[in-house]
Design a binder for this molecule. Structure first.
Ligand code: C2O
Ligand code: CU
Ligand code: CU
Length: 512
Protein backbone atom coordinates (compact mmCIF):
# COMPACT_ATOMS: atom_id res chain seq x y z
CA UNK A 1 0.00 0.00 0.00
CA UNK A 2 1.49 3.30 -1.03
CA UNK A 3 0.05 6.22 0.89
CA UNK A 4 0.80 9.89 0.34
CA UNK A 5 2.67 11.60 3.08
CA UNK A 6 1.69 14.69 5.03
CA UNK A 7 -1.91 14.95 3.79
CA UNK A 8 -3.65 14.38 7.13
CA UNK A 9 -3.55 16.72 10.08
CA UNK A 10 -2.04 15.37 13.28
CA UNK A 11 -4.85 14.50 15.71
CA UNK A 12 -4.44 15.25 19.40
CA UNK A 13 -5.90 12.61 21.69
CA UNK A 14 -8.77 13.83 23.79
CA UNK A 15 -8.29 14.14 27.53
CA UNK A 16 -10.32 11.66 29.53
CA UNK A 17 -12.83 13.16 31.97
CA UNK A 18 -13.60 11.49 35.28
CA UNK A 19 -17.08 9.99 35.73
CA UNK A 20 -17.23 11.03 39.34
CA UNK A 21 -15.21 11.81 42.42
CA UNK A 22 -15.21 9.90 45.67
CA UNK A 23 -13.05 9.67 48.77
CA UNK A 24 -10.44 7.76 46.77
CA UNK A 25 -10.12 10.52 44.19
CA UNK A 26 -11.38 10.89 40.63
CA UNK A 27 -13.02 7.83 39.10
CA UNK A 28 -12.72 7.09 35.38
CA UNK A 29 -14.22 4.44 33.13
CA UNK A 30 -12.56 3.12 30.01
CA UNK A 31 -14.14 0.62 27.62
CA UNK A 32 -12.11 -1.55 25.30
CA UNK A 33 -14.10 -1.95 22.10
CA UNK A 34 -13.83 -2.81 18.45
CA UNK A 35 -14.44 0.11 16.12
CA UNK A 36 -13.22 1.58 12.85
CA UNK A 37 -11.17 4.71 12.35
CA UNK A 38 -9.81 6.45 9.28
CA UNK A 39 -6.05 6.46 9.51
CA UNK A 40 -5.31 8.17 6.17
CA UNK A 41 -7.22 10.21 3.59
CA UNK A 42 -6.85 7.50 0.93
CA UNK A 43 -7.26 4.47 3.17
CA UNK A 44 -10.56 2.78 3.91
CA UNK A 45 -11.45 2.83 7.61
CA UNK A 46 -9.40 0.38 9.64
CA UNK A 47 -10.93 -2.06 12.08
CA UNK A 48 -9.21 -1.56 15.43
CA UNK A 49 -9.42 -2.38 19.10
CA UNK A 50 -9.15 0.68 21.28
CA UNK A 51 -9.89 2.36 24.58
CA UNK A 52 -13.17 4.31 24.34
CA UNK A 53 -13.22 3.72 20.59
CA UNK A 54 -10.12 5.83 20.04
CA UNK A 55 -6.71 5.02 18.64
CA UNK A 56 -4.57 5.92 20.48
CA UNK A 57 -6.79 5.91 23.55
CA UNK A 58 -7.73 9.11 25.40
CA UNK A 59 -4.98 10.79 27.40
CA UNK A 60 -5.26 10.55 31.17
CA UNK A 61 -3.89 13.78 32.61
CA UNK A 62 -3.42 14.02 36.39
CA UNK A 63 -1.59 15.95 39.07
CA UNK A 64 1.03 14.45 41.33
CA UNK A 65 -0.43 13.48 44.69
CA UNK A 66 -3.96 13.06 43.38
CA UNK A 67 -4.81 9.35 43.23
CA UNK A 68 -7.32 8.13 40.68
CA UNK A 69 -9.25 4.97 39.95
CA UNK A 70 -9.87 3.56 36.51
CA UNK A 71 -12.37 0.87 35.68
CA UNK A 72 -10.96 -0.97 32.67
CA UNK A 73 -13.89 -2.63 30.91
CA UNK A 74 -13.43 -5.35 28.35
CA UNK A 75 -16.12 -4.99 25.73
CA UNK A 76 -14.23 -6.71 22.95
CA UNK A 77 -15.80 -9.38 20.75
CA UNK A 78 -16.28 -12.88 22.10
CA UNK A 79 -14.53 -14.59 19.23
CA UNK A 80 -10.84 -14.06 19.38
CA UNK A 81 -10.31 -13.06 15.79
CA UNK A 82 -8.15 -10.04 15.66
CA UNK A 83 -8.99 -7.21 13.33
CA UNK A 84 -5.81 -8.09 11.51
CA UNK A 85 -4.86 -10.91 9.15
CA UNK A 86 -7.69 -13.37 8.75
CA UNK A 87 -5.09 -16.09 8.96
CA UNK A 88 -4.52 -15.39 12.62
CA UNK A 89 -6.98 -17.12 14.84
CA UNK A 90 -5.13 -16.58 18.03
CA UNK A 91 -4.74 -19.09 20.81
CA UNK A 92 -7.50 -21.56 20.08
CA UNK A 93 -7.95 -22.53 23.72
CA UNK A 94 -8.99 -18.96 24.61
CA UNK A 95 -11.88 -18.21 22.28
CA UNK A 96 -12.51 -14.84 23.94
CA UNK A 97 -10.39 -11.72 23.94
CA UNK A 98 -8.26 -11.52 27.04
CA UNK A 99 -7.10 -8.09 28.17
CA UNK A 100 -5.39 -6.51 31.13
CA UNK A 101 -4.16 -2.94 31.22
CA UNK A 102 -0.75 -1.90 32.52
CA UNK A 103 0.26 1.66 33.29
CA UNK A 104 3.82 1.70 32.05
CA UNK A 105 6.28 3.62 34.23
CA UNK A 106 3.99 3.99 37.19
CA UNK A 107 4.64 3.14 40.82
CA UNK A 108 1.50 1.16 41.43
CA UNK A 109 0.44 -1.55 43.87
CA UNK A 110 0.77 -5.04 42.46
CA UNK A 111 -3.01 -5.63 42.30
CA UNK A 112 -3.40 -2.62 39.99
CA UNK A 113 -0.27 -3.14 37.92
CA UNK A 114 -1.80 -5.22 35.16
CA UNK A 115 -0.04 -8.48 35.85
CA UNK A 116 -0.04 -10.49 32.57
CA UNK A 117 -2.05 -13.30 34.16
CA UNK A 118 -4.59 -10.91 35.68
CA UNK A 119 -6.46 -10.80 32.37
CA UNK A 120 -10.19 -11.08 31.95
CA UNK A 121 -12.61 -11.48 29.06
CA UNK A 122 -15.85 -9.68 28.28
CA UNK A 123 -18.31 -10.16 31.11
CA UNK A 124 -15.64 -12.08 33.11
CA UNK A 125 -16.70 -15.34 31.51
CA UNK A 126 -13.05 -16.25 31.85
CA UNK A 127 -10.41 -14.72 34.10
CA UNK A 128 -6.68 -15.37 34.42
CA UNK A 129 -5.13 -17.05 37.47
CA UNK A 130 -4.03 -13.70 38.89
CA UNK A 131 -7.26 -11.81 38.28
CA UNK A 132 -8.25 -9.66 41.26
CA UNK A 133 -10.14 -6.62 40.21
CA UNK A 134 -11.44 -4.54 37.35
CA UNK A 135 -11.02 -1.17 39.02
CA UNK A 136 -7.38 -0.16 39.27
CA UNK A 137 -5.99 2.47 41.62
CA UNK A 138 -3.14 4.73 40.59
CA UNK A 139 -1.56 6.63 43.48
CA UNK A 140 0.26 9.22 41.30
CA UNK A 141 2.70 9.96 44.10
CA UNK A 142 5.68 9.85 41.75
CA UNK A 143 7.15 12.95 40.12
CA UNK A 144 5.73 14.44 36.92
CA UNK A 145 6.31 12.17 33.93
CA UNK A 146 4.99 10.96 30.59
CA UNK A 147 3.64 7.46 31.15
CA UNK A 148 1.50 5.31 28.92
CA UNK A 149 -1.05 2.56 29.30
CA UNK A 150 -1.32 -0.47 27.10
CA UNK A 151 -2.54 -4.02 27.05
CA UNK A 152 -0.37 -6.63 28.77
CA UNK A 153 -2.32 -9.90 28.45
CA UNK A 154 -0.17 -13.00 28.67
CA UNK A 155 1.13 -14.20 25.33
CA UNK A 156 -0.94 -11.87 23.15
CA UNK A 157 0.29 -8.41 24.10
CA UNK A 158 1.87 -7.88 20.68
CA UNK A 159 -1.46 -8.44 18.91
CA UNK A 160 -3.64 -6.51 21.34
CA UNK A 161 -1.28 -3.54 21.20
CA UNK A 162 -0.95 -3.81 17.43
CA UNK A 163 -4.75 -3.78 17.16
CA UNK A 164 -4.71 -0.40 18.94
CA UNK A 165 -4.72 -0.82 22.72
CA UNK A 166 -2.39 2.04 23.71
CA UNK A 167 -2.81 5.47 25.29
CA UNK A 168 -0.89 8.22 27.07
CA UNK A 169 -0.93 9.10 30.77
CA UNK A 170 0.62 12.32 32.01
CA UNK A 171 1.48 13.18 35.61
CA UNK A 172 2.15 16.87 36.28
CA UNK A 173 3.94 18.32 39.30
CA UNK A 174 4.46 21.75 40.84
CA UNK A 175 8.18 21.84 40.30
CA UNK A 176 7.72 21.36 36.56
CA UNK A 177 4.91 23.92 36.45
CA UNK A 178 7.35 26.45 37.92
CA UNK A 179 9.69 26.11 34.94
CA UNK A 180 7.47 27.97 32.49
CA UNK A 181 7.84 25.35 29.75
CA UNK A 182 5.68 25.65 26.62
CA UNK A 183 2.19 24.43 27.61
CA UNK A 184 -1.44 24.38 26.57
CA UNK A 185 -1.65 24.31 22.76
CA UNK A 186 2.13 24.40 22.69
CA UNK A 187 2.53 21.06 24.41
CA UNK A 188 1.85 18.19 22.00
CA UNK A 189 1.97 14.44 22.63
CA UNK A 190 3.36 12.29 19.80
CA UNK A 191 2.64 8.56 19.87
CA UNK A 192 4.77 6.98 17.15
CA UNK A 193 3.95 3.51 15.83
CA UNK A 194 4.57 1.50 12.69
CA UNK A 195 1.87 -0.48 10.95
CA UNK A 196 1.24 -2.26 7.65
CA UNK A 197 -2.07 -2.27 5.82
CA UNK A 198 -3.99 -4.42 3.37
CA UNK A 199 -5.67 -2.77 0.37
CA UNK A 200 -9.02 -2.89 2.21
CA UNK A 201 -7.62 -0.77 5.03
CA UNK A 202 -7.26 -3.62 7.51
CA UNK A 203 -4.16 -4.04 9.58
CA UNK A 204 -1.58 -6.46 8.33
CA UNK A 205 0.54 -8.51 10.66
CA UNK A 206 2.37 -10.78 8.28
CA UNK A 207 3.10 -14.44 8.60
CA UNK A 208 4.21 -16.51 5.65
CA UNK A 209 1.52 -18.93 4.46
CA UNK A 210 4.16 -21.59 4.02
CA UNK A 211 5.58 -20.88 7.45
CA UNK A 212 5.79 -24.26 9.15
CA UNK A 213 4.60 -22.46 12.23
CA UNK A 214 1.24 -21.79 10.60
CA UNK A 215 -0.26 -25.04 11.89
CA UNK A 216 1.12 -24.63 15.37
CA UNK A 217 -0.52 -23.20 18.42
CA UNK A 218 -0.07 -19.43 18.34
CA UNK A 219 1.01 -19.35 14.70
CA UNK A 220 1.61 -15.62 14.48
CA UNK A 221 4.69 -15.78 16.68
CA UNK A 222 7.43 -14.01 14.77
CA UNK A 223 10.69 -12.79 16.22
CA UNK A 224 9.94 -9.18 15.26
CA UNK A 225 7.48 -6.91 13.45
CA UNK A 226 8.56 -4.00 11.27
CA UNK A 227 5.76 -2.10 9.51
CA UNK A 228 6.18 -0.18 6.24
CA UNK A 229 4.04 2.80 7.33
CA UNK A 230 4.49 5.29 10.16
CA UNK A 231 1.47 6.34 12.21
CA UNK A 232 1.55 9.26 14.66
CA UNK A 233 -1.36 9.81 17.05
CA UNK A 234 -3.41 7.48 14.86
CA UNK A 235 -2.73 9.12 11.46
CA UNK A 236 -0.42 7.92 8.75
CA UNK A 237 2.51 10.34 8.16
CA UNK A 238 0.62 13.41 9.41
CA UNK A 239 1.52 17.08 9.39
CA UNK A 240 0.98 19.64 12.12
CA UNK A 241 0.73 23.40 11.70
CA UNK A 242 2.79 25.32 14.20
CA UNK A 243 3.65 28.91 15.06
CA UNK A 244 7.21 30.22 14.82
CA UNK A 245 7.89 29.68 18.53
CA UNK A 246 8.86 27.01 21.07
CA UNK A 247 6.83 23.83 21.47
CA UNK A 248 7.08 20.92 23.85
CA UNK A 249 6.64 17.42 22.41
CA UNK A 250 6.16 14.37 24.60
CA UNK A 251 7.30 11.60 22.30
CA UNK A 252 6.42 7.95 22.93
CA UNK A 253 7.60 5.04 20.84
CA UNK A 254 4.63 2.69 21.09
CA UNK A 255 5.80 0.43 18.25
CA UNK A 256 5.98 -3.33 18.69
CA UNK A 257 9.62 -3.80 17.64
CA UNK A 258 10.90 -0.73 15.84
CA UNK A 259 13.41 1.68 17.31
CA UNK A 260 13.78 5.16 15.78
CA UNK A 261 16.66 7.57 15.25
CA UNK A 262 14.87 10.91 15.21
CA UNK A 263 16.32 13.86 13.34
CA UNK A 264 15.01 17.11 11.88
CA UNK A 265 15.72 17.85 8.23
CA UNK A 266 16.15 21.53 9.09
CA UNK A 267 19.25 20.50 10.99
CA UNK A 268 17.91 22.07 14.17
CA UNK A 269 18.51 20.32 17.48
CA UNK A 270 16.12 18.75 19.95
CA UNK A 271 16.34 20.16 23.44
CA UNK A 272 15.61 17.11 25.54
CA UNK A 273 14.16 17.97 28.92
CA UNK A 274 12.79 14.63 30.08
CA UNK A 275 13.12 10.87 29.87
CA UNK A 276 10.86 7.99 30.96
CA UNK A 277 10.60 9.09 34.59
CA UNK A 278 10.22 12.85 34.12
CA UNK A 279 12.55 15.83 33.88
CA UNK A 280 16.27 15.42 33.43
CA UNK A 281 18.63 17.33 35.66
CA UNK A 282 19.85 19.51 32.78
CA UNK A 283 18.54 20.17 29.30
CA UNK A 284 20.44 18.17 26.67
CA UNK A 285 20.90 19.62 23.20
CA UNK A 286 20.96 16.74 20.76
CA UNK A 287 20.71 16.30 16.99
CA UNK A 288 19.86 12.64 16.80
CA UNK A 289 17.51 11.03 19.28
CA UNK A 290 17.41 7.27 19.65
CA UNK A 291 14.13 5.96 20.99
CA UNK A 292 13.53 2.27 21.68
CA UNK A 293 10.09 0.72 22.02
CA UNK A 294 8.32 2.00 25.17
CA UNK A 295 10.82 4.80 25.79
CA UNK A 296 9.65 8.40 26.10
CA UNK A 297 11.57 11.53 25.28
CA UNK A 298 10.31 14.94 26.26
CA UNK A 299 11.74 17.65 23.99
CA UNK A 300 11.45 21.32 23.18
CA UNK A 301 11.68 22.40 19.55
CA UNK A 302 12.19 26.02 18.66
CA UNK A 303 10.56 26.99 15.35
CA UNK A 304 11.12 30.74 15.78
CA UNK A 305 13.70 30.94 13.00
CA UNK A 306 11.72 28.77 10.57
CA UNK A 307 8.71 30.89 9.67
CA UNK A 308 7.09 29.65 6.43
CA UNK A 309 9.12 26.44 6.33
CA UNK A 310 8.13 22.80 6.37
CA UNK A 311 10.31 20.67 8.58
CA UNK A 312 10.31 16.90 8.39
CA UNK A 313 10.84 14.74 11.42
CA UNK A 314 13.11 12.08 9.97
CA UNK A 315 14.03 8.59 11.04
CA UNK A 316 17.62 7.78 10.17
CA UNK A 317 17.56 4.23 8.81
CA UNK A 318 21.33 4.01 8.62
CA UNK A 319 23.65 3.19 5.74
CA UNK A 320 21.94 -0.09 4.78
CA UNK A 321 18.52 1.41 4.16
CA UNK A 322 16.88 0.47 0.88
CA UNK A 323 15.59 3.40 -1.22
CA UNK A 324 11.98 2.10 -1.30
CA UNK A 325 11.79 2.22 2.47
CA UNK A 326 9.48 5.14 3.26
CA UNK A 327 9.87 4.89 6.99
CA UNK A 328 12.79 7.30 6.92
CA UNK A 329 10.17 10.00 7.51
CA UNK A 330 7.73 10.32 10.38
CA UNK A 331 5.78 13.55 10.16
CA UNK A 332 5.98 17.18 9.09
CA UNK A 333 5.89 20.48 10.95
CA UNK A 334 4.42 23.33 8.89
CA UNK A 335 5.57 26.58 10.42
CA UNK A 336 2.71 28.50 8.80
CA UNK A 337 0.56 29.71 11.68
CA UNK A 338 0.90 33.38 12.67
CA UNK A 339 2.43 33.99 16.05
CA UNK A 340 -0.56 34.44 18.34
CA UNK A 341 1.36 36.50 20.88
CA UNK A 342 4.88 36.74 22.18
CA UNK A 343 6.47 33.42 23.14
CA UNK A 344 7.06 33.89 26.85
CA UNK A 345 7.91 30.28 27.57
CA UNK A 346 11.38 29.32 28.77
CA UNK A 347 13.98 26.82 27.72
CA UNK A 348 15.71 26.33 31.07
CA UNK A 349 19.21 24.87 31.30
CA UNK A 350 18.68 23.46 34.75
CA UNK A 351 15.50 21.43 35.20
CA UNK A 352 15.49 19.38 38.36
CA UNK A 353 17.58 17.51 40.91
CA UNK A 354 18.08 13.80 40.46
CA UNK A 355 19.59 12.15 43.52
CA UNK A 356 21.94 9.42 42.39
CA UNK A 357 21.29 5.91 43.69
CA UNK A 358 24.99 5.14 43.50
CA UNK A 359 25.52 6.07 47.14
CA UNK A 360 22.93 3.58 48.36
CA UNK A 361 24.11 0.39 49.97
CA UNK A 362 23.88 -2.34 47.32
CA UNK A 363 22.21 -5.45 48.71
CA UNK A 364 22.40 -7.72 45.66
CA UNK A 365 24.08 -7.81 42.27
CA UNK A 366 22.22 -9.90 39.72
CA UNK A 367 23.86 -11.11 36.54
CA UNK A 368 21.11 -11.68 34.02
CA UNK A 369 21.62 -12.90 30.48
CA UNK A 370 19.59 -11.91 27.46
CA UNK A 371 19.72 -15.02 25.27
CA UNK A 372 18.36 -16.50 22.06
CA UNK A 373 17.04 -20.06 21.85
CA UNK A 374 14.60 -22.18 19.83
CA UNK A 375 11.38 -23.91 20.84
CA UNK A 376 10.55 -27.54 20.14
CA UNK A 377 9.18 -26.59 16.72
CA UNK A 378 12.41 -24.85 15.80
CA UNK A 379 10.96 -21.35 16.09
CA UNK A 380 13.17 -18.66 17.56
CA UNK A 381 12.55 -17.87 21.19
CA UNK A 382 14.25 -15.26 23.35
CA UNK A 383 14.77 -15.69 27.05
CA UNK A 384 15.87 -13.83 30.15
CA UNK A 385 18.63 -15.70 31.92
CA UNK A 386 17.65 -18.89 30.06
CA UNK A 387 14.39 -19.11 31.97
CA UNK A 388 10.86 -19.18 30.69
CA UNK A 389 7.90 -17.33 32.13
CA UNK A 390 6.64 -20.48 33.88
CA UNK A 391 9.92 -21.24 35.65
CA UNK A 392 9.99 -20.50 39.40
CA UNK A 393 10.55 -16.88 40.43
CA UNK A 394 14.25 -16.19 40.93
CA UNK A 395 14.29 -12.41 41.41
CA UNK A 396 13.01 -11.57 44.88
CA UNK A 397 14.33 -8.15 45.91
CA UNK A 398 13.59 -6.98 49.42
CA UNK A 399 11.41 -3.93 49.87
CA UNK A 400 13.42 -0.74 50.14
CA UNK A 401 16.75 -2.28 49.11
CA UNK A 402 18.92 -1.24 46.19
CA UNK A 403 20.29 -3.73 43.67
CA UNK A 404 22.48 -3.72 40.60
CA UNK A 405 21.06 -5.55 37.61
CA UNK A 406 23.74 -6.44 35.14
CA UNK A 407 22.19 -7.30 31.78
CA UNK A 408 24.50 -9.35 29.63
CA UNK A 409 23.25 -9.34 26.06
CA UNK A 410 24.62 -12.35 24.16
CA UNK A 411 22.15 -12.03 21.27
CA UNK A 412 22.87 -10.18 18.04
CA UNK A 413 20.67 -7.15 18.64
CA UNK A 414 19.50 -4.54 21.14
CA UNK A 415 16.72 -5.37 23.60
CA UNK A 416 14.82 -2.57 25.35
CA UNK A 417 14.53 -3.99 28.87
CA UNK A 418 11.72 -2.73 31.08
CA UNK A 419 11.13 -3.25 34.81
CA UNK A 420 7.73 -2.64 36.38
CA UNK A 421 7.04 -0.73 39.62
CA UNK A 422 10.14 1.45 39.72
CA UNK A 423 12.21 3.99 37.87
CA UNK A 424 15.88 3.05 37.77
CA UNK A 425 19.18 4.68 36.80
CA UNK A 426 21.64 3.46 34.19
CA UNK A 427 25.10 2.85 35.61
CA UNK A 428 27.11 2.00 32.52
CA UNK A 429 27.54 -0.20 29.44
CA UNK A 430 30.62 -2.25 28.71
CA UNK A 431 31.43 -4.12 25.47
CA UNK A 432 32.69 -7.70 25.48
CA UNK A 433 33.81 -10.17 22.83
CA UNK A 434 30.72 -12.15 21.81
CA UNK A 435 32.62 -14.71 19.67
CA UNK A 436 34.90 -15.59 22.55
CA UNK A 437 31.92 -15.79 24.85
CA UNK A 438 30.12 -18.14 22.47
CA UNK A 439 33.25 -20.30 22.19
CA UNK A 440 34.08 -20.80 25.83
CA UNK A 441 31.59 -18.83 27.90
CA UNK A 442 34.14 -16.35 29.17
CA UNK A 443 33.59 -12.62 29.33
CA UNK A 444 36.50 -10.78 27.79
CA UNK A 445 35.92 -7.04 27.77
CA UNK A 446 36.87 -5.18 24.63
CA UNK A 447 36.59 -1.69 26.08
CA UNK A 448 35.96 0.37 29.16
CA UNK A 449 32.60 0.76 30.83
CA UNK A 450 30.85 3.79 29.33
CA UNK A 451 28.56 6.00 31.40
CA UNK A 452 25.06 6.53 30.01
CA UNK A 453 24.52 9.22 27.36
CA UNK A 454 23.70 12.67 28.82
CA UNK A 455 20.04 12.25 27.85
CA UNK A 456 19.88 8.93 29.72
CA UNK A 457 21.08 10.36 33.01
CA UNK A 458 17.64 10.69 34.47
CA UNK A 459 14.99 8.27 35.69
CA UNK A 460 14.36 5.41 33.32
CA UNK A 461 12.01 2.44 33.23
CA UNK A 462 13.18 1.06 29.88
CA UNK A 463 16.79 0.77 28.79
CA UNK A 464 18.48 -0.10 25.52
CA UNK A 465 20.67 -3.13 26.26
CA UNK A 466 22.84 -3.48 23.15
CA UNK A 467 24.29 -6.70 21.76
CA UNK A 468 27.67 -7.81 23.16
CA UNK A 469 27.44 -5.34 26.03
CA UNK A 470 26.83 -5.59 29.71
CA UNK A 471 24.35 -2.89 30.66
CA UNK A 472 24.22 -2.19 34.39
CA UNK A 473 21.25 -0.65 36.17
CA UNK A 474 20.86 0.53 39.70
CA UNK A 475 17.40 -0.14 41.07
CA UNK A 476 15.71 0.60 44.36
CA UNK A 477 12.70 -1.64 44.95
CA UNK A 478 10.01 0.44 46.62
CA UNK A 479 7.41 1.46 47.67
CA UNK A 480 5.31 -1.72 47.28
CA UNK A 481 5.72 -5.43 47.77
CA UNK A 482 4.13 -8.05 45.56
CA UNK A 483 4.25 -9.56 42.09
CA UNK A 484 5.53 -7.62 39.12
CA UNK A 485 7.29 -8.39 35.85
CA UNK A 486 10.34 -7.37 33.89
CA UNK A 487 10.72 -8.00 30.21
CA UNK A 488 12.03 -7.02 26.83
CA UNK A 489 9.66 -4.40 25.39
CA UNK A 490 9.94 -5.72 21.87
CA UNK A 491 6.45 -7.17 22.12
CA UNK A 492 7.26 -10.13 19.88
CA UNK A 493 10.03 -11.01 22.33
CA UNK A 494 7.99 -10.33 25.44
CA UNK A 495 5.26 -12.71 24.23
CA UNK A 496 7.72 -15.49 23.48
CA UNK A 497 9.19 -15.73 26.13
CA UNK A 498 11.35 -12.79 27.14
CA UNK A 499 9.41 -11.89 30.25
CA UNK A 500 9.91 -12.96 33.84
CA UNK A 501 8.01 -12.42 37.07
CA UNK A 502 9.70 -10.87 40.08
CA UNK A 503 8.43 -10.42 43.63
CA UNK A 504 9.27 -7.62 45.99
CA UNK A 505 9.24 -9.16 49.44
CA UNK A 506 8.86 -7.56 52.82
CA UNK A 507 11.63 -9.12 54.91
CA UNK A 508 9.77 -8.40 58.17
CA UNK A 509 6.58 -10.02 57.01
CA UNK A 510 7.55 -12.59 54.41
CA UNK A 511 10.63 -13.83 56.28
CA UNK A 512 14.08 -14.39 54.72
CU1 C2O B 1 5.05 -1.24 28.76
CU2 C2O B 1 5.38 -4.47 31.03
O1 C2O B 1 5.14 -2.88 29.87
CU1 CU C 1 5.60 -1.27 32.55
CU1 CU D 1 14.08 -8.28 22.89
Amino acid sequence: MKLRKFVDRLPIMETLRPKSKNNKGAYYEVRMEEFTQKLHRDLKPTRLWGYNRQFPGPTIDVNQGEPIQVRWMNNLPHRHILPIDKSIHEVAHHPEVRTVTHLHGSETMSVSDGYPEAWFTKGFREVGPFFEREIYEYPNHQRGATLWYHDHAMGITRLNVYAGLTGMYIIRDKQEKGLNLPNGNYEIPLVIQDRSFHEDGSLKYPIQPDDPAANLPNPSITPFFIGDTIVVNGKVWPYVEVEPRKYRFRILNASNTRAYQLQLDSGQPFYQIGSDGGLLQNTVKINKLAIEPAERVDVILDFSKYEGERIILKNDLGPNAIPEDETDEIMQFNVNLPLSGKDNSSLPKRLSTIPSLIHNEISTIRNLKLVGSTDKYGRPLLLLDNKKWKDPITEKPKLGTTEIWSLQNITGFTHPVHIHLIQFQILDRRPFDLDLYNKDGKIVYTGEAKPPEPNERGWKDTVAAPSAHITRLIVKFAPYTGDYVWHCHILEHEDYDMMRPFTVIDPDRDGK
